[in-house]
Design a binder for this molecule. Structure first.
Ligand SMILES: [Zn+2]
Length: 312
């Protein structure tokens, strides 16, 4: 058993170090994903709802870290490869790995902030062979232990499951998101939140709006994994700038109930954000009316929405 797992992990680790090309040999060594798409196949440990049409098999385990961060373990049951998306805190990540019986093979960082990279060095020490993959466009050296620097268009492989890298700057200069098209999932760090978006620390409104639009251009049922549970505060703000949005009012009530019951509001979906997130709705007449910006361009509306949220 141990031998089999070790053998399975080797191609996965090698694949991650190679840029997009050598897919064929990797794919040939493994059973096709399709063979596991049969009805009734379900070994996923994620407790989060999946669209019925989804056919891929990456398991996602989400857990809280620090005050309001989330971290995510992504596991390919086929190869045994396991990635953690951001490393806010070592102990909860180790506990999650132990609970699942998974062996860490990759760290995927979205951006350089300490509450996303703080555990990199320690996890590398504890898990020899783990590869740190992170944004190329952050300040040099900002991602501790970085092994592979990625930019938009690069492909990261978790076993046979592929993530496409999207550049989503604005919160930081080099922020990236990891999109798994076959899974209809994207890990967006601090770029987009449920009913909110990241603060503009290293980018302007135009840059951030372009990043948000890259995410919301994905299919509506794409699950969006944000790195913080900021939803209740975001909901309260959103309601002040779009008071006539009935779908938003409904979601505010739903969020209150979920949080009161201790239920995470992450992941969200592209569809939900397009309907209720003021940072995805710069063209909304209601939002523009509240801001007194009926004739303004989308970037100006986005910038004013962000300014008001910063002061909320
Ligand atoms: Zn951040």
């Amino acid at each position: 058993m141990r031998l089999a797992l070790a053998r399975a992990l080797i191609p996965a680790a090698r694949a991650s170090s190679i840029r997009p090309t050598p897919r064929a040999p990797v794919a040939r060594r493994r059973p096709s994903l399709r063979s596991r798409d049969r009805p009734g196949f379900s070994t996923r440990s994620s407790s989060f709802a999946r669209p019925a049409a989804a056919s891929a098999a990456m398991e996602v385990h989400q857990f809280p870290c620090l005050n309001d961060n989330y971290s995510f373990l992504l596991h390919d049951p086929n190869s045994g490869a396991t990635a953690v998306v951001d490393t806010p805190e070592v102990a909860p990540i180790e506990a999650a790995l132990a609970e699942r019986g998974w062996t860490l093979t990759h760290i995927l960082n979205t951006h350089h902030h300490w509450d996303h990279t703080g555990g990199n060095e320690e996890l590398k020490k504890r898990h020899p062979g783990v590869r740190v993959i992170g944004p190329a466009r952050e300040t040099k050296g900002a991602i501790p232990g970085l092994d592979r620097a990625v930019v938009e268009g690069d492909v990261v492989e978790l076993g046979a499951i592929e993530a496409r890298v999207l550049d989503t700057p604005g919160h930081t200069a080099g922020h990236v998101s990891y999109h798994f098209p076959s899974e209809r999932k994207i890990f967006v760090g601090d770029t987009l939140f449920a009913m909110g978006c990241g603060r503009l620390f290293e980018g302007d409104a135009e840059t951030m709006l372009a990043s948000v639009r890259k995410i919301t251009a994905l299919p509506g049922d794409t699950q969006v994994y944000c790195a913080h549970e900021y939803t209740m505060t975001n909901a309260k703000f959103a309601a002040t700038v779009e008071p006539e949005n009935a779908e938003l009012a409904r979601r505010v009530r739903e969020t209150e109930a979920m949080r009161a019951a201790g239920i995470p509001t992450v992941p969200t979906t592209v569809e939900k954000e397009l309907a209720t997130n003021p940072f995805c709705r710069s063209d909304s007449e209601g939002l523009r009316r509240t801001l007194g910006m009926e004739g303004a361009d989308d970037v100006a509306v986005f910038a004013e929405t962000r300014r008001r949220k910063d002061a909320f």
